[in-house]
Design a binder for this molecule. Structure first.
Ligand SMILES: [Zn+2]
Length: 449
């Protein structure tokens, strides 16, 4: 059945099966259960002449790997797609998030965009190379990996510790990328390729107050009240903008009014100019600033007790070159005199991971440029630094070149893309799935022969 379909239709069919498995990862050990999607993929590869290997880091937390051997003379390429998805907000969707229904030209479902359409494209391109029996210049490795959404401890990180040989490669493609930028609709100036990502620092603020009876709060030292003041100060704190090498290229590709473009690339003026970017403003801010987001705030247990302690967990994403010490300096500066009540602690296991960037001067990047030009004649790759993290960082830490690559249809812009990730009614248009399937097949053919 599958063989009679072209690559785009195979990808759409496989994507729908991956969504229906509902491998929802809420961060707990027992969630995810990626074994379901590992089986979907093993079934997809059956009869193609390659032997998938499924490994479990914990019961049900499965990763599937397929290696199509090439000549050892050439560089190897891994296509690394996660097979887990984030939870849904029940009642927030207009479609069933796990039915993978197609409405008009849109395919709805949790994971449709993040990143099962890419994972499906990787599997289809890999299977195609296998069934054609191509003489590849280097190994082609498909990795359908667990636990990206939970921080990768049961996925890529576990594999790198326990089975590094299984997923090793010289070059890696993973999420995200592929957003057309500038030009006229259908003929963009550029298409995003993610070449790096901001770093991650997680800090917990422990706030000390003095417990007391809630019936007489006057003059009390309420840890919840101090925490609220701390959150306000952190939210107002703005580390200086850093324009860097990549953001000005993005602004140029957008083809904006020259004065707006000038302000958006000025460290002194960018904050005031952000509203001109609409949905892209959040990304523009994130890619030019180290950001601090207070996301978990806890204080108090009983309604009649003034809390003596509170905690605030900070999700900090730092720009390239910003050290762990600088992060702590930012917090101290933002909190000022409140620091006498507050202690900064690392959140164990994920306290600091530096920003990371791959070179654009590689043979794979040249291939990506050629495939983009094929998809959109005249368009060039637009390198961007992602605000969030992906599995690429684990490969970059080993010195491998990793890029986020895909080819979305003309209607997309980066604001819409970021807006739909992890959101209600996540969806992707069928044209984008077909374009990406073609593009991935093109990359494999050009890079590995
Ligand atoms: Zn993802």
């Amino acid at each position: 059945m599958t063989d009679s379909l072209d690559l785009g239709e195979q990808t759409i069919e496989l994507l729908r099966r991956l969504i229906r498995s509902a491998c929802v990862n809420d961060g707990t050990l027992a969630s995810g259960q990626e074994i379901r999607n590992a089986h979907v993929l093993a079934d997809f590869f059956s009869g193609s002449g390659v032997e998938p290997e499924i490994v479990e880091s914990a019961p049900g937390r499965a990763t599937i790997v397929v290696r199509v051997p090439g000549s050892a003379a050439g560089a190897s390429l891994a296509l690394v797609g996660h097979i887990d998805v984030v939870p849904v907000m029940h009642g927030g969707w207009s479609q069933d998030p796990f039915a993978a229904d197609i409405v008009g030209e849109q395919l709805y479902g949790r994971g449709a965009l993040d990143m099962l359409y890419l994972t499906a494209s990787y599997a289809v391109a890999t299977r195609q190379a296998a069934i054609e029996g191509r003489a590849l210049k280097g190994d082609l490795i498909f990795v359908g990996v667990a636990d990206e959404e939970g921080g990768s401890r049961l996925g890529i990180e576990w594999l790198m510790q326990h089975r590094p040989e299984l997923i090793d490669a010289d070059y890696v493609l993973t999420e995200s990328g592929g957003v057309p930028v500038g030009g006229t609709n259908g003929s963009p100036h550029a298409v995003t390729v993610t070449v790096g990502e901001k770093g991650l620092a997680r800090r917990r603020l422990l706030v000390r107050g003095i417990p007391g009876h809630g019936s007489a709060p006057w003059g009390s030292s309420n840890a919840g009240v101090i925490a609220a003041a701390a959150v306000t100060r952190l939210t107002r704190f703005a580390p200086k903008a850093v324009i860097g090498d990549y953001w000005p290229r993005y602004v140029e590709a957008l083809g904006l009014d020259p004065d707006v473009a000038r302000r958006l690339t000025s460290e002194a003026e960018i904050l005031g100019a952000l509203p001109a970017l609409g949905e892209l403003a959040g990304y523009a801010h994130a890619t030019t600033h180290t950001t601090i987001s207070p996301n978990v705030i806890r204080a108090g247990d009983a309604i009649n007790v003034i809390p003596g302690s509170a905690s605030i967990d900070l999700d900090i994403r730092q720009l390239p070159g910003v050290s762990a010490e600088t992060v702590d300096d930012y917090i101290t500066e933002a909190l000022g005199d409140l620091m006498e009540h507050i202690e900064i602690v690392d959140i164990v296991g994920a306290s600091f991971s530096p920003a990371n960037v791959s070179s654009m001067d590689t043979p794979l990047f040249e291939v990506l440029a050629a495939v983009i030009d094929e998809a959109y004649p005249g368009a060039v790759p637009l390198p961007i630094i992602a605000a969030g993290g992906s599995d690429a960082r684990f490969y970059r830490k080993l010195g491998k070149h990793a890029y986020g690559f895909s080819v979305l249809s003309p209607g997309w812009d980066y604001g819409r893309f970021r807006h739909l990730i992890h959101a209600n009614d996540e969806n992707i248009d069928l044209d984008s799935v077909r374009r990406t399937a073609r593009a991935l097949d093109g990359v494999v053919r050009r890079f590995l022969g």
